[in-house]
Design a protein around this ligand. Structure first.
Ligand code: FDA
Length: 392
């Protein structure tokens, strides 16, 4: 065999697995289809890479098999990645909710991974898309435009479908099926939602405005900022809930999650009887949003004291359940992650090795484990890669 390990994909999971295996003395070759490694790392976290979260646990992940992620997450904690970041002298800060970002640039995280790979003797080939894979006696053979390579172990770290221009591809899913694995239905995750028709016309000129909300679907709720866009809704609250919502299902957006809107409105009637609703709502929301909401939900220019209880009740109801129904998502073009993927029931949760094909491993986003927004997806890449590398 040419190598001990071939790794398909030089993204977060592939690079982490490569240097960890290299440190164990294994001969490792990473094959990357793009002309550069780690494109998603560079684009991540608005250019500052939200590389992990101080509070990581299985509850932060979605999977058809929710127990699968437990072992890897228990063994690889945020402190492990933070120690690596510290070793490389990369300055970072907590933004909010335990989310750790580089002070300077996500380039530092990529450089750190590449430096670790170089130190561990890993060979990395770019512009070397894996075109076909064959199981051979005692290992695997991978065909690329740059040549054919063999190894006793094959690690698939080729990611999901999100953002094709950053390397999103279905290669890992096709390969999984070819080698006897089930692949669960995929869909775009951490993705903006789209509006159409009247709701779009009513709100899209307010694009760029952000407001605090609680977005809920099923039993999940996220309280954070919502951002109005030209096409619909985005911002952290919407991206988070997009993992749990599907078109056609109810989505609730509470514009007054901090309390009971009807009694708050009654208090405002007492305190500011001569004010208009838009002025009162201006304390909660950006002025243009408050004005539009008031236009749509109050009988023309009534003052607070003129609102009858039924009107107050209707306004409160609209605040707690903003009547706006997205018709879909922006899809893989802008999604941060892909939900679904290689069925974890056919993988070992400790080594990420296939139960179907010995020596074959799947790690990172290609696997049916998807994290919340907030550093959880990179943490999954590191944790799954670390567990896999230990077992190679
Ligand atoms: P990843 O997609 O990183 O790498 C897969 C690699 O395989 C790619 O380089 C691809 O080119 C290559 N490949 C595909 N097919 C191949 C083939 N046939 N042969 C060879 N190579 C092939 N998460 C987070 O925790 N914090 C954050 O701040 C962000 N921010 C963020 C921003 C944006 C814009 C996006 C799109 C995503 C994020 N994410 C994130 C999510 C995070 O980027 C994602 O979960 C990880 O990159 C997944 O790591 P993987 O290594 O599994 O796949």
């Amino acid at each position: 065999m040419d190598y001990d390990v071939l790794i398909l994909g030089a993204g977060a999971a592939g690079l982490y697995c490569a240097f960890s295996a290299g440190q164990r003395g294994l001969r490792v070759l990473v094959l990357e289809s793009a002309n550069k490694p780690g494109k998603k790392i560079l684009m991540s976290g608005g250019g500052r890479c939200n590389f992990t979260n101080l509070e990581v646990g299985p509850a932060n992940y979605l999977s058809a098999n929710p127990h699968f992620c437990k072992s890897a997450l228990a063994r690889y904690r945020p402190e492990h990645f933070i120690a690596l970041v510290d070793k490389h002298g990369i300055a970072y800060h907590e933004k909010e909710l335990g989310q750790l970002f580089c002070d300077d640039s996500s380039k530092q995280i990529l450089q750190m991974l590449l430096d670790e790979c170089a130190a561990a003797g890993v060979r990395l080939l770019t512009s070397a898309a894996a075109e076909s894979v064959d199981a051979i006696d005692g290992g695997y053979r991978v065909q690329t435009a740059q040549g054919r390579y063999t190894a006793s172990k094959l690690v698939v770290a080729s990611g999901g479908l999100s953002i094709p221009t950053l390397g999103g591809s279905d290669f890992g899913y096709r390969l999984a099926r070819q080698l006897g694995h089930s692949v669960l239905a995929t869909r775009a995750g951490l993705v903006p939602l789209t509006l159409s028709g009247k709701p779009l016309e009513q709100w899209n000129d307010l694009s760029g405005l952000a407001l605090p909300v609680e977005a809920s679907a099923g039993r999940m709720s996220f309280r954070n900022q919502l951002l109005i866009t030209h096409r619909g809704l985005s911002g952290p609250a919407i991206l988070q809930i997009s993992n749990y919502w599907q078109p056609g299902e109810p989505l609730r957006i509470d514009l007054f999650p901090q309390g009971e809107a009807e009694s708050w409105l009654a208090e405002q009637q007492q305190a500011r009887p001569a004010s208009e609703l838009r002025t009162v709502l201006g304390d909660l929301f950006p002025k243009r949003f408050a004005q539009r909401f008031a236009e749509l939900h109050t009988p023309a220019n009534k003052l607070m004291r003129q609102l009858i209880p039924a009107e107050r009740k209707a306004i409160a109801a609209a605040l707690h359940a903003w009547p706006i129904s997205p018709n879909g998502t922006e899809g893989y073009r802008t999604a941060e992650v892909t939900l679904g993927g290689v069925d974890t029931r056919e993988l070992s949760s400790t080594s990420f090795e296939s139960k179907r094909a010995p020596g074959l491993h799947f790690i990172g986003e290609v696997v049916d484990v998807t994290g919340w927004l907030g550093g959880y997806n990179f943490h999954w890449a590191w944790a799954s890669a670390s567990a896999c590398a230990t077992a190679l």
